[in-house]
Design a protein around this ligand. Structure first.
Ligand code: URA
Length: 184
C-alpha cells in the first residue's frame, strides 16, 4: 500500500490534467489515517486548503472537527479527501469536466484505503459517488452500497455555517454513522 499510495500522491502533486493546476498553490491530496475505517469525501479545496495543502483547515473544517468530536467519532478512524484536489477559483462549483478528469485519483484512494464506509459531505460528492440525482435534503443519512462498501451523505459543514439549523440533522446522521461503524 505505501509505495502505491506514495506514487499516487506524487502523480497528483504533478497533475496538469485540467486548468486548475494553473491557479492552484498546492494540490490537496488528503489527510488522516491510512488505515482509516471511514473515508470522508468533501467537494474541493477552498482558500485555506489551497494555501496549506491540507483539506478542511478553514472554517468549514473547524466545524467538521467539532461535529465529529460531538458525535464521538475518533479522528484515528478517518481519512479526509475531496472530489477535486485543486481549488476552483473563487470557490465556484467544480465543473463536470474537472470532476471527470480528477476522479481517478479519488477512485485510487478508495481502492487503496478500502474503507469500511464512505461519508460524502454535500451534494457534489454524493452526486459523484452515490447517484447523479442525489437529493441531499431528502436522502442525507440514508445508506447505499457502492460495490461492497456502505456509503452515505450528510450536509456539507459549509452549508451548516450558512444555515446553523442544519446542525441537528448532521449530528443525528453522525450518531448513526458512529453506530454503523460498530457493526462493520
Ligand atoms: N470544503 C471542502 O469541500 N473541502 C475542503 O477541503 C474544504 C472545504
Amino acid at each position: 500500500m505505501n509505495n502505491e499510495w506514495e506514487s499516487l500522491k506524487n502523480a497528483c502533486a504533478a497533475c496538469t490534467r485540467c486548468a486548475l493546476h494553473e491557479t492552484r498553490t498546492n494540490v490537496v491530496f488528503g489527510k488522516g489515517s491510512e488505515t482509516a475505517k471511514i473515508l470522508i469525501v468533501g467537494e474541493a479545496p477552498g482558500e485555506q486548503e489551497d494555501l496549506s495543502g491540507m483539506p478542511f483547515v478553514g472554517r468549514a473544517g473547524k466545524l467538521l472537527d467539532t461535529l465529529l468530536d460531538e458525535a464521538g467519532i475518533d479522528k484515528a478512524d478517518i481519512y479526509i479527501a475531496n472530489i477535486l484536489k485543486c481549488r476552483p477559483p473563487e470557490n465556484r462549483d467544480p465543473a463536470p469536466a474537472e470532476i471527470a478528469l480528477c476522479t481517478d485519483y479519488l477512485e485510487e484512494q478508495i481502492r487503496l484505503l478500502n474503507p469500511r464506509a464512505i461519508v460524502c459531505l454535500g451534494r457534489i460528492a454524493a452526486a459523484r459517488l452515490i447517484k447523479k440525482d442525489f437529493r441531499i435534503s431528502k436522502e442525507h443519512g440514508a445508506w447505499f452500497m457502492r460495490g461492497e462498501t456502505p456509503i452515505t451523505a450528510i450536509y456539507h459543514p459549509a452549508y451548516v455555517l450558512r444555515d446553523p439549523r442544519k446542525k441537528g440533522d448532521v449530528l443525528a446522521d453522525l450518531a448513526l454513522i458512529h453506530e454503523k461503524l460498530k457493526e462493520l
